[in-house]
Design a protein around this ligand. Structure first.
Ligand code: CA
Length: 237
């Protein structure tokens, strides 16, 4: 799944330059010319990362970053600030406001992309190419293969694409309870256009696939909250 990058930049030529390079590198760029427009876009779909211009008409980039950090739904989205050279003295302010990195204009698009990749690798373990293992269940993000070690014998677990992403997210974020809305944001990448009961349907399918190998109890329903994957499920009596 391509990572979506929200570019909040009022200078069209810079926004275009970043957008073109991101598309070329396999990212999904989304553009907003000011904070209000960016907020509107984020109401529908959360980006994986935000490239945020410091000086924007209306609300400043700094103010916008603070709001992103203060909101439970958006607080973990990494932010890279863009500023003009004259504003460099404010670097500390930017990082304090919740920026994860900082680039001074004019910058090389290659460098911006390298930094985006570095942050995505660091911030989102579930996006990394890696092997996750819990209680004998192994998920390989590179080969998209899921196996279960049944007393030394490897059993292949066949999952649909959504169930695979769901399981990968759960295995990368164990023990924490995730609401249906959070799962839609993180697994589907869409908070608004998919109904929350869609999550229930895919959880049911995931459990059905995990059931023959006895792993379905690892996916727990937390009443009134959502779902979680636990290493220590309560045994069914
Ligand atoms: Ca600007």
């Amino acid at each position: 799944m391509a990572s979506s990058i929200l570019i909040v930049e009022d200078e069209p030529s810079i926004a275009e330059l970043i957008s073109v390079h991101l598309s070329h590198e396999g990212f999904l760029p989304v553009r907003a010319f000011q904070a209000d427009q960016a907020l509107q876009l984020m109401r529908d779909v959360l980006p994986d990362l935000i490239v945020l211009d410091w000086m924007l008409p209306g609300k400043s980039g700094i103010q916008f970053a603070k709001e992103i950090r203060a909101n439970e739904r958006t607080k973990d989205i990494p932010i890279i600030f863009l500023t003009a050279r004259s504003e460099e003295v404010d670097k500390v302010t930017g990082l304090n406001a919740g920026g994860d990195d900082y680039l001074t204009k004019p910058f090389s698009p290659k460098e911006l992309i390298a930094r985006i990749r570095a942050i995505l690798r660091r911030m989102s373990p579930q996006l990394k190419e890696e092997v996750l293992e819990i209680n004998g269940l192994t998920l390989d993000s590179t080969t998209h293969r899921v196996t279960f070690n049944q007393s030394g014998r490897l059993v292949k677990v066949e999952l649909g694409p959504t169930e695979f992403r769901l399981l990968r997210f759960f295995m990368a974020n164990t023990e924490r309870v995730h609401t249906r809305g959070q799962l839609l944001d993180k697994v589907w990448g869409d908070h608004v256009f998919v109904e929350e009961r869609t999550v229930d349907v895919h959880i049911k399918r995931l459990r059905a696939v995990l059931s023959p190998i006895g792993c379905e109890t690892m996916i727990e329903t937390v009443r009134g909250s959502g779902y979680r994957l636990t290493r220590n499920p309560i045994p069914i009596s």
